[in-house]
Design a protein around this ligand. Structure first.
Ligand SMILES: Nc1nc2c(ncn2[C@@H]2O[C@H](COP(=O)(O)OP(=O)(O)O)[C@@H](O)[C@H]2O)c(=O)[nH]1
Ligand SMILES: [Mg+2]
Ligand SMILES: [Zn+2]
Length: 360
């Protein structure tokens, strides 16, 4: 049986788009129940095949094997096909975007956060949560995802004059072209500036520290209290982890919103490009140094040192650039070693197959 237009009409309110890689891949596959991953649990997924029906399904057995790559398992936002009974996932469809970070711990693994999103709203509270360095780190991960980042400063109502100072500190990022919105997440009229990212066919994910105001914003944009929110401790502005898993919520505006719990650690994967907008100003400066291999320490004719002395480049921003660059380079080395290892393992496996069964 082939696919019918009705199959797609049912999933369109959940962000299905006929021009997406998932749609193109379907043309090659027999008709089956098409669903979007709207929630994740330790050993099961919650998927939706229509707007008003969500169900728990099992992943394919292969996904539960420890050596199976994390990025090849489904994550919130993914499109999947289900078996005839609608109880298990059979296929993961190709993605147009995947936000991921390096997972914590020694074993190098990537951790997917959300798939098939168009925008990533990087939410920062204008209280003790505000930290331009964390925003830079988020932006590097988002730039590598295929989705567009949008900077959202929440709690504008609590900030007073601080809002202006905070926006000033983010000026290099605004100059690089990242959209920036200052909102009161509790107020629908204020949050309405985000409507351009919430229209039919669009999916976005909210990321940021715990307590930044992601769930508050989700509820305001949705128009009802779907997500639990938590009081923030006054002493350090830290929130408690009220949102415990990632969930995809279809909005009345036609788009979909993914709320996530705060992430304590945001390790780079190794494939981030620092010159891709986030630090383009610094990388452009570095090309103006007298020496090509300038280390920007105390070489004569160093454009970076000159900019630092003239207060045209912020010391903290520069120091963070150096830190992230080193971290990215170290992660890239690990990534390359890991890939070589996997390749070697595959080679060994194929050699053993050949020994056993001869040439195939
Ligand atoms: N005044 C004010 N409080 C906010 C705003 N956004 C969030 N909050 C409060 O900050 C706390 C943490 O919000 P929550 O949405 O749970 O943060 P999350 O961890 O990012 O989901 C809650 O007490 C919210 O009421 C805002 O824009 N203005
Ligand atoms: Mg939350
Ligand atoms: Zn230099």
């Amino acid at each position: 049986m082939t696919w019918t237009p009705e199959d797609f009409a049912a999933v369109r309110p959940m962000g299905w788009r006929d021009d997406a890689p998932a749609a193109l891949a379907l043309a090659e596959l027999p008709r089956a129940a098409l669903a979007r991953v709207v929630g994740q649990h330790r050993n099961a997924y919650v998927v939706a095949t229509t707007l008003d029906e969500a169900r728990r399904v099992q992943p394919p057995a292969a996904w539960t094997r420890p050596r199976f790559r994390a990025e090849d398992r489904a994550v919130v936002g993914d499109w999947v096909l289900l078996d005839a009974k609608g109880e298990a996932i059979t296929h993961l469809l190709p993605r147009h975007a995947l936000l991921r970070r390096a997972a914590a711990g020694e074993h190098y693994q990537q951790q997917p956060i959300a798939a098939n999103i168009d925008h990533v709203l990087v939410v920062t509270g204008l209280d003790g949560d505000f930290n331009p360095r964390r925003i830079e780190r988020y932006l590097l991960l988002v730039q590598a995802s295929g989705a567009q980042p949008v900077l959202v400063l929440s709690k504008a109502d609590l900030a007073g004059e601080l809002a202006g100072d905070a926006a000033d500190l983010l000026q290099p990022l605004v100059d690089a072209g990242f959209p920036l919105y200052v909102v009161n997440g509790k107020d629908a009229a204020s949050a309405a500036v985000l409507q351009p990212y919430l229209g039919a066919g669009l999916s976005c994910v909210l990321v940021g520290s715990s307590g930044a105001g992601k769930s508050t914003l989700t509820n305001t944009l949705l128009g009802r209290e779907k997500m639990k929110t938590a009081e923030v401790r006054e002493t350090d502005s830290r929130g408690r982890h009220t949102t415990t898993s990632r969930v995809l919520i279809p909005l009345p505006q036609g788009g979909c919103l993914i709320d996530t719990p705060g992430m304590r650690e945001l390790k780079l994967v190794g494939e981030e490009d620092l010159a891709d907008k986030v630090f383009e100003d610094i990388e452009a400066l570095a090309t103006q140094c007298r020496f090509r291999d300038c280390a920007h320490l105390n070489e004569p004719g160093c454009a970076v040192q000159a900019a630092l002395e003239a207060d045209e480049l912020d010391e903290a921003r520069w120091a963070h650039y150096v830190k992230l660059r080193d971290e990215r380079d170290a992660a890239a080395t690990t990534l390359a070693a890991r890939r070589a290892e996997t390749k070697q393992a595959h080679k060994g496996f194929h050699a053993r197959l050949k020994d056993k069964y001869g040439r195939r």
